[in-house]
Design a binder for this molecule. Structure first.
Ligand code: NAD
Length: 454
């Protein structure tokens, strides 16, 4: 592929290894995003009626904050990091050098179509790589503006966008890359991993999962309802870390359901369809899939839809069928199943039914219960007494585990993710005891003492 060759040649010039070059690139990107912020909001609105407030908060300002933080810290991150040396190698000074991988491929999904295409680029650039981004074909207007911005800011030999669908993604994946960063479904994640394995290319897979939210009998119900409903219906439920289903103690279930209904109405009004603060489902296929999931389920609230623009109201489902479509895989839409439990052992049964999720949330005042959930289950990340907000702290790594992904990014973690950590020992020459060299005359009992010198 000609473009990839160009990037490889450019990387070989060593230009991207200059920190000043990376900083200038990030500043140009920052400027262009600020300039095009309105157009980005319009593009995402055209794609799935995402409210402007949500686009600013979760897409443009989100990546601008990441660029600002990276610009502030990059000089420090890019320096070789000195680590303690060992007696064994004395006299020496020991370092970790962060080395860019080279050419990076970034494949993005549609649900946060700007943020998830640009945020990995910030990491790739800050670490000194070149990059090609393939945005999602399901949000064509955003894909177009991402391409325009990147073209304006960078030469194609440095950072470039290749637009297109599955076929284009597969063509790109058939090439040899130095790093692949993929965000999307677990199913496609497996395809990406297989393609990468052919060239032993390292990967990050940011995937999905079925995220539980546990509400126990001590939880502050009103605040829990508000925070769950906000995180769930933001982006019309199309958020990888949104609550997928609620597990609520049966003594507070009714109170929680009432509070959820109140929260939804207070957010979006009596007729959600008329609200300008509520997005739409991205396309017909996804929308039909969601409607299908509701078949045969007991709807407690919502359930209204409009085929004309893929509108599905925020919907609460009572005690979903455990073998039904709703509880089979990730919902990824504005449907919230509510399951009650009596004993804590029931929580275990439900959570273990699904793979390791990307997020888990707990609403409880009991510290021991919070701690128990954090320690007992494996999941990407989460929050106590809130939902979704773990993504907003740049000092926290963001990523999944098991079926929900491999690797993590954001802030310094992004810089480290796109860098190979090269171990270097710089050794003095004025002292060179003969002990390690053949012929091995040292008594064995001395060799066994070597472990104390590491
Ligand atoms: P998807 O896996 O269908 O598509 C993602 C990207 O892969 C797109 O660019 C698409 O063109 C490409 N693609 C699709 N099929 C392909 C194939 N057969 N071969 C190669 N490439 C292919 O995902 P999506 O529907 O765009 O996004 C929704 C999914 O992404 C959800 O599962 C969600 O949980 C997950 N997600 C995860 C995160 C995270 O950070 N962990 C963030 C957002 C979304």
């Amino acid at each position: 592929m000609e473009l990839l060759k160009k990037q490889r040649d450019f990387f070989a010039t060593g230009k991207t290894k200059e920190v000043s070059f990376r900083k200038k690139a990030l500043k140009r990107l920052q400027k262009e995003i600020i300039l095009k912020e309105d157009a980005i909001c319009d593009a995402i609105y055209t794609d799935f009626k995402k409210p402007r407030f949500e686009t600013l908060a979760t897409e443009t300002q989100f990546v601008l904050a990441d660029i600002k933080h990276t610009l502030k810290k990059i000089n420090y991150w890019a320096q070789p990091e000195r680590v303690s040396s060992t007696l064994m190698n004395w006299p020496s000074s020991d370092y970790i050098y962060n080395e860019p991988y080279g050419t990076v491929l970034i494949i993005a999904p549609w649900n946060y179509p700007f943020q998830l295409a640009i945020a990995p680029i910030i990491g790739a650039i800050s670490a000194g790589n070149t990059a090609i981004i393939k945005p999602s074909e399901l949000t064509p207007n955003t894909s177009k503006i991402v391409a325009e911005i990147i073209k304006k800011v960078f030469g194609p030999e440095y950072v470039s966008v290749v637009e297109g669908g599955v076929e284009i993604a597969q063509q790109l994946l058939s090439e040899k890359w130095d790093y692949i960063f993929f965000t999307g479904s677990t199913r496609v994640g497996q395809i990406v991993y297989e393609s990468a394995a052919k060239h032993l290319t390292p990967v990050t897979l940011e995937l999905g999962g079925k995220n539980p939210c546990i509400v126990d009998e001590t939880a502050a119900i009103e605040i829990a309802a508000k925070r769950i409903a906000w995180g769930k219906f933001l982006n019309a439920g199309q958020t990888c870390i949104a609550t997928d289903y609620i597990l609520v103690h049966n003594s507070v279930k009714e109170k929680l359901v009432d509070a959820l209904k109140e929260s939804i109405t207070s957010f979006y009004g009596e007729n959600v369809e008329n609200s300008t603060d509520y997005a739409r489902t991205v396309n017909k296929k996804h929308y039909s899939g969601l409607k299908e999931m509701l078949k045969g389920e007991e709807i407690l609230f919502g359930g209204q839809y409009n085929d004309a623009d893929n509108y599905l109201a925020p919907t609460l489902v009572n005690e979903p069928k455990m073998d039904g479509k709703l509880m089979e895989g990730e919902i990824f839409g504005p449907i919230l199943p509510i399951i009650s439990y009596g004993k804590e052992a029931d929580i275990d049964r439900h959570i273990k039914n699904h793979g390791k999720p990307l997020a888990t949330y707990v609403f409880s005042k009991r510290k021991s219960f919070q701690k128990n959930i954090i320690n007992k289950y494996s999941f990407g990340g989460g929050a106590i007494n809130d939902t979704v907000i773990q993504i907003t702290n740049k000092n926290l790594p963001f990523g999944g585990v098991g079926g929900s992904g491999i690797g993590a990014y954001h802030g310094k973690t992004s810089f480290e993710l796109f860098s190979h950590q090269k171990a270097i020992i710089k050794k003095g020459t004025w002292f060179d005891p003969p002990l390690r060299y053949p012929p091995y005359n040292l008594p064995m009992r001395f060799v066994k003492m070597v472990k104390n010198l590491f």
